[in-house]
Write a protein that binds this ligand. Sequence first.
Ligand code: ADP
Ligand code: ZN
Ligand code: ZN
Length: 734
Amino acid sequence: MKSRGILRVAINAPLSRLFDYLAPEGAIARPGTRVRVPFGRQSQIGTVLENADKSELPSSRLRSASAIIDREPLLMEDDLWLIRFTADYYHHPIGEVVAAALPAPLRQGKPLENPVRKVTLTTAGAEADLAKLGKRAKRQAELLTIIRDGENLNYGELDAAMPGWRRVRKSLAEKGFIEEYEAADDAVAFENLASVGQQKGPPLNTDQKNALKIIRSGNGFRANVLDGVTGSGKTEVYLHLIQDEIDAGRQVLVLVPEIGLTPQLVDRFQRRLGFAPALLHSGLSDSARLASWRNARNGSAQLIVGTRSSIFVPLKNAGLIIVDEEHDSSLKQQEGLRYSSRDLAVARAKRLHIPVVLGSATPSLDTLQRCREGSYENIQMPVRAGKAVPPLMRLVDVTKHDAFDGISEPVIAAIEKNIVGKGQVLVYLNRRGFAPTLICSGCGKVAECSRCDSRMTVHAGSGLLKCHHCGAQRNVDSECPECGSSCLPLGHGTERLEDTLQSRFPGEVITRIDSDSTRLKGTMSKALAMATSGDARILVGTQMLSKGHHFPNLTLVVVVNADQGLFSTDFRGGERLAQSLVQVSGRAGREERQGEVIIQTAFPQHPFWNELFRGGYQSVADSALREREAAVWPPFSRLALLRASAARREDAHNFLDKARRTAENAGIEGVRILGPVSAPMERKAGRFRAQLLLQSRQRQSLHQLLAILRATLEAAREARKVRWSIDVDPIELF
Ligand code: ADP
Ligand code: ZN
Ligand code: ZN
């Protein structure tokens, strides 16, 4: 008897290893093919990663795959390489990496092609004499005529052409005039290729020409950092690079932060390139995402624009990857598989021997350091394109001025002046809701979340107290549960700011943009349209409003409170604050009129301000890099964070103690182990959280240790009572 091949299968389960199955009798399933396999008492969808001749399992314990789902591999060798690389680098179970790489319908075992039922004419049907169908068959004749005139119509098209046709269908089929079959739905591919006319861009300036020259001079892989101030024309440079690739018949993948995927950007791409890019983001339906994925894989989508998970999309003929706003934290997934889409973009480009472009007005310190070391190419665009000039920035000391509900007099005056001058104002506060706390006027008790170590935020619109950490909510207390005195909202959120501004400027249209005001479908694009047209004279918003947008009339940006960032305990605090201030400032004065930026602070003497005003982001970045070098923080060392949470505090700590002992006994030099300690906000959603930080100057040692930890901890008794994860290159240390 000839032995059957072994399939080594990745399964969506929190285990690192592959699972061996016998291929179904007489069948082959090459790597990249999905299979249905028995798993425990259930059946699971898995993906074949390797073929083998024999298994380490005794043949009596080997089970057979029950079905092969794909006729040809869904994922090619390069795609599988990226999946393996991700699983290795992030020390994450490979089956979960495959799951993250696939759109939901494919993960669930649905076919790659959306099959649609089509109707075609038989020879008999083509030759049949309509008159002989008889009087009572008028509807049959009508349907046959439609089918003759059309070309293999599908059910949807027939529904539109002749309502009720389905009742007549059977008679025609019985006469042998028509046949039905299933075929791939290619409607989306055609839409994608439909030409919409191509608009010309502005003539490039010297910096842009220079940037293009440098990037085009590369041969094969190179990481190009397009370090250009907001409005310097980076997107114009992308457009030229994208056109190059399309002319050469290659595909381009553009990664943007969630927030960057605005209709504005997509419109601009479409107008300039003459076709609609294939989109991949969470706002699309499953079938639309699957269509983009399929068209990227088969090569019919020339340009794919997507958020972080689109780094995994298969590309038939990739020519270039662009990562816009490469510093943005939304490019890093913060739960489950914690990967950096930017870093994977660089790895993937290297593997494919193609260039990658990382663009930002505020490049991350990690990226800047790589430029200094010479592994990335730094290309600067220091001035705004066109006629726009940089905005004027100044501080307002809130301790020295009267304030009107959180807004100081000088700011009120500036808003007034800009409105009178037909400008537009953006008021930025990175805190949604009405007020961050509800406090008792008698005993001073604040409303706390019962499941988290945090306070409840007051939401006035809904009359609810909400926890922004776990989502818990309850009615606002009108009186204190302890002493019966009345309760008052304390502090300011965007909702309250909107009220305040509306009462101060009663005649003006104010639009608030934050995750509360844009939760309903369509509300975001409506609000953005109000902002772009200038109909809304005052915009109030969180960071959602601060990045990537182009509001032509915007003349003043007000930062209500920057002080939280000045005293952050995270070593990335200064970098983050500078990035968000520069990004939000970049919204002001993007066309002819000069913009103005006012930042309210209670600490105008803080050295951060001097640094930012004197030397801009560059200077903040320089000194932050010096500090990090002295303290051996990234990018001068590598970090990994082991997190654990449990219903009981001691279970989380026991698990991490076990991890610490394992690490100490692993015999690997050069890795510092810090902790375990409780997380800064220890209790979240009723679970106690703790963490262990690993730090090393050598990537190699750190990764060897992580591999040992993963293997030991997966099997450890202490792991049963906790949820745990490894975060490689964490960007949040809690
Ligand atoms: P960035 O992506 O760096 O923020 P954009 O590419 O969006 O910059 O350009 C900012 C603005 O300047 C846009 O309105 C754009 O049309 C305009 N612009 C870009 N390049 C030029 C140029 N060479 N000449 C005139 N206007 C330009
Ligand atoms: Zn009280
Ligand atoms: Zn909570």
